[in-house]
Design a protein. Structure first.
Length: 278
């Protein structure tokens, strides 16, 4: 829904998008482009959270000589920035393939000429591997990383507004004397952080989605700035907030589960390490 609202044509609102997708593509339409992100999400999340955690430990080691010391807010912010940079390198090709698969059935309008999508059953891309290979053959590495600039502008501040609110909320809800917050506090803090992060990241998410969807039939945008200017000139400021409801609602449960899994995994590994090395 998020991609269709941000980069598609003819969807008035979220409900209209849901009904249109269901009417034209049935339930399967809601799961297009799912396999590639599903196969890579574990690696992506592990790398992002690992980079964030280890950067904090490194900063604590450099500043205080103790990697286990609780990091300052500035250290959390810097670790978030590093995680945001790393996420772009891994996430851009995955996002591009997902969006191309989701958007290949959408009609495009250019100079009053409506380009029809391909005949049902004969899509442009036959699957994620075919999509990746075709983009790589036709556009090279630059094509695979199309939209990386917009994703960088989304993820660097986005991860700051992801990890910092989470850290602050956990500190606020953890009683004095407790080493770590309880699972319910982690779940709530993760959800709030996810909702805040995705809501504020929506404008650049719109630009990224449009750049990556651009190219299924023809290229309309020359780059990030051109996409911003064309989108604003054609549709006004409101275009940058398309999909904000979907992003915010989705961000809460996804981030809650992500942070809860992360914290519980860390606790389990620390407990095993303690039992192994008494």
């Amino acid at each position: 829904l998020q991609t269709r609202l941000q980069a598609g044509q003819g969807y008035g609102n979220t409900l209209n998008c849901v009904l249109t997708v269901y009417r034209n593509e049935s339930v399967a339409g809601f799961f297009k482009g799912m396999s590639f992100p599903l196969a890579s999400i574990a690696v992506y999340s592990s790398v992002v959270f690992g980079v964030f955690s280890n950067t904090q430990r490194l900063l604590s080691q450099l500043r205080h000589g103790d990697p286990s010391r609780t990091p300052a807010l500035a250290d959390v912010a810097l670790a978030s920035v590093v995680a945001g940079f790393v996420s772009v390198g891994i996430g851009t090709p995955v996002e591009l393939v997902k969006i191309r698969l989701q958007m290949q059935t959408q009609p495009y309008v250019r100079a009053n000429i409506k380009l029809k999508p391909t005949v049902p059953g004969f899509p442009v891309y036959q699957g994620p591997i075919h999509c990746f290979r075709m983009v790589l053959e036709k556009e090279g590495i630059a094509g695979i990383y199309r939209g990386a600039g917009a994703m960088l502008l989304r993820d660097v501040p986005g991860y700051c507004l992801y990890f910092i609110p989470y850290t602050c909320f956990c500190d606020w809800t953890t009683p004095a004397g407790c080493i770590s917050p309880n699972p319910s506090a982690i779940w709530l803090a993760g959800g709030v952080a996810g909702a805040v992060s995705w809501a504020t990241a929506t404008p650049m998410d719109v630009v990224k989605s449009r750049l990556q969807a651009d190219g299924v039939y023809f290229k309309k945008y020359k780059g990030t700035l051109d996409c911003i200017l064309q989108s604003y000139q054609n549709e006004g400021l409101k275009v940058f907030f398309r999909g904000i409801t979907v992003n915010t609602v989705r961000g809460f449960p996804v981030s809650s589960a992500m942070f809860l899994g992360y914290e519980l995994s860390l606790k389990a590994m620390k407990r095993d390490q303690t039992e192994t090395n008494p």
